[in-house]
Each structure stands twice: as C-alpha cells, then as structure tokens.
Design a protein around this ligand. Structure first.
Ligand code: UDP
Ligand code: MG
Length: 312
C-alpha cells in the first residue's frame, strides 16, 4: 500500500529535524518489511510560518525523495492547513495519516494504523490512553468539552485529536464537506465507513511551544459546538416558552394581589404583567427566529446527504 503522512507545521523549526529523523527510520523499517510501498511519502504543510520552517522543508525534499512540501500563502490555521494537505494528496496515496509536527503523538502507532487499514478499516482514530502528561487544567477543560458536545447531540471520539488514518474512500467522503469553519474531528464520524481506534500514550512536545494558546483553544471549542449543533438555539425557544407559561401564573397572582388583597401600589400590576408576559413572548420569538436561522445554517453548509460505499 502507498501511505502518505500529512504534517501541518507552523513555526516548527525547533522540532522539524527530529521529526524527520524519527519518521525516516520508521519508514525505512516499514518499507523493508513490506508493510508500505517504496513510493510512500511524508508531506509537510507550511502554514505561513515566520521562521525557517519552509527552508528546512525544502532542504528535506532535496535530501530524500520521501519528503514533499506544500507552502500555504499565509497562516490559515491548523485545521485548514491539514485539510489542504489531505485534499492535495488524497489521490496520490491509498491512505493518509495526519499528525502534528511536535512528536507528541507516538509515531510507532503508525504501524497499527497501517495494520488496521489492511484489515479493512477506512477510518482509524488515534486515541490518547492517558492524559497524565497534560496539565490538570487542559484535562479538566477537555473533559468538560466532551461532555458538553455529547449534551448537544454531537457524535465525537473522546481523547482523539487529529492523529488518524483515512483511506482514499474516506478522504473522498471528507472532500464532500464544503463547510468553512471546519472542525475536522467532528466531521470524520459523519463520513461513515468502517472505523476503529488504536490507543497510545501522548508525550510532551519535543521542542518549541504550543501553537494553541488558550484563546485559540476556546474559539476552536466553540467551532466544535457551533458548527454541529443547533441545540443552543433550541434552548432559547424552550426557555422562552417556560417563561411564557409561567407568566400566566404570575398574572393570576398579580390579579389576586390587586383585587383581593388590595395591597398593591398603583401601576405595579400593569408593569409586572408586561415584564413577565412580554419577556416570555420575546425570548420565545427569538428562539423561533433561531429555528429558522438554524435551518439556513444547516442548508448553507451544503453537507452531502449521503455517501456511497459500494454499488453492485
Ligand atoms: N499548527 C498549524 N497552524 C497553526 C497552529 C498550529 O499548522 O496556526 C500546527 C502545529 O505546527 C502542530 C499542530 O498544528 O504541528 C498542533 O499544534 P500544537 O502542537 O502547538 O498544539 P497542541 O498539541 O499544543 O494542542
Ligand atoms: Mg502538540
């Protein structure tokens, strides 16, 4: 089988040599034992780096035909760099593996990916077995994020980042998702086909620092929810409806206080009634408008309505 590896890189000059060295050794042994073909390759995608990343990638390609490079015109972000690599190369390999440049994901797992591919799986997820090397904060926020996602009805693989194998068939499926705010790990389960997971321990970044500061991480998480679920809009409708129903009871109570107890000051009843009754109607109306916006949102994604596996 012809295997391709796609590695998005943003200012990674500190790790690239080490990454290259490790992959070179791995590929050599895999080619020797015939698990992958000689024309397998590794492609670095330079996501508009400001350091020497591209020069280093260029020197790799001159050094060894195993290496390829793609340079983006500016920094488009991790997900877009990844999709650029996958889409450019999907027709030149039987399967592509995506991974980070920083060697945090154990590259020996690539052997398991290939094994699973040969067993007939089109999607193989790399799943982190333990996150003990991550900070407490990162672990807790990740946990909360997976819970929130499942509450919003989004199918996702916990503790899986963008370390995975996709067969050519799955890549052609992925190509049919034209949405712009792409959260790849949310889209992959929607492609279908046979899938499985392989487990590994995640290490620390070999060198350099994380290219995902907290702010980027938060917006990324927002993408992971807002691009897949209209549940937040539904919540508005439901809250509005509850306030609206409650307002009838509140109105009864206000009337009771005004006509039977006579303890109210002038003007209180009418003000209170408008606050609750109108408040409920307003929130509910926003929710109803939201329902339509949600439909526009889903339509505008132009997601494939089906993906065919086989025809006989
Ligand atoms: N990356 C990228 N473009 C960006 C940010 C990151 O291509 O704008 C790449 C980066 O070079 C690395 C991968 O995405 O290969 C994951 O980034 P990082 O390891 O910094 O994230 P973390 O592991 O800290 O979440
Ligand atoms: Mg990393």
């Amino acid at each position: 089988m012809r295997l391709g590896i796609v590695i998005p890189c943003y200012n990674e000059e500190a790790v690239l040599y080490e990454t290259k060295k490790h992959i070179e050794t791995l590929f050599k042994s895999m080619i020797e034992d015939n698990s992958i073909s000689k024309d397998s390759f590794v492609c670095f995608v330079d996501d508009g780096s400001r350091d020497k990343t591209w020069e280093i990638i260029e020197s790799f390609t001159k050094d060894n035909p195993l290496f390829k490079g793609i340079k983006l015109s500016r920094n488009f972000g991790h997900q877009n760099a990844l999709i650029a690599g996958l889409m450019q190369l999907k027709d030149s390999a039987d399967a592509l593996i995506s991974m980070d440049a920083d060697l945090q994901d154990d590259i020996l797992v690539i052997k398991d990916f290939v094994k699973k591919y040969k067993e007939g799986y089109d999607v193989v997820y790399g799943v982190r077995e333990d996150r003990s090397r991550d900070t407490k904060f990162k672990r807790a926020t990740a946990e909360a994020f997976y819970k929130l996602q499942s509450f919003m009805g989004i199918e996702s693989i916990s503790n899986h980042a963008d370390y995975r194998l996709l067969s050519r068939k799955a890549l052609n499926g992925l190509a049919q998702f034209k949405e712009i705010n792409l959260f790849i790990r949310g889209v992959v389960p929607l492609i279908g086909f046979r899938s499985c997971s392989v487990y590994y321990k995640r290490g620390e970044r070999f060198a350099g620092e994380s290219k995902y500061p907290l702010s980027k991480m938060l917006f990324f998480a927002l993408d992971g929810i807002a691009s897949f679920s209209i549940v937040p809009l539904r919540i508005i409708t439901v809250v509005g409806f509850i306030i609206f129903i409650l307002s009838f009871f509140i109105i009864l109570w206000i009337m009771f206080e005004k006509f039977f107890l006579g303890t109210t000051i002038k003007g209180w009843s009418s003000v209170m009634i408008s606050i609750y009754f109108m408040g409920g109607i307003q929130v509910m109306s926003i929710g109803i408008i939201g329902e339509y916006i949600g439909r526009i949102f889903q339509q505008s994604k132009g997601r494939p309505r089906y993906i065919i596996d086989k025809e006989i």
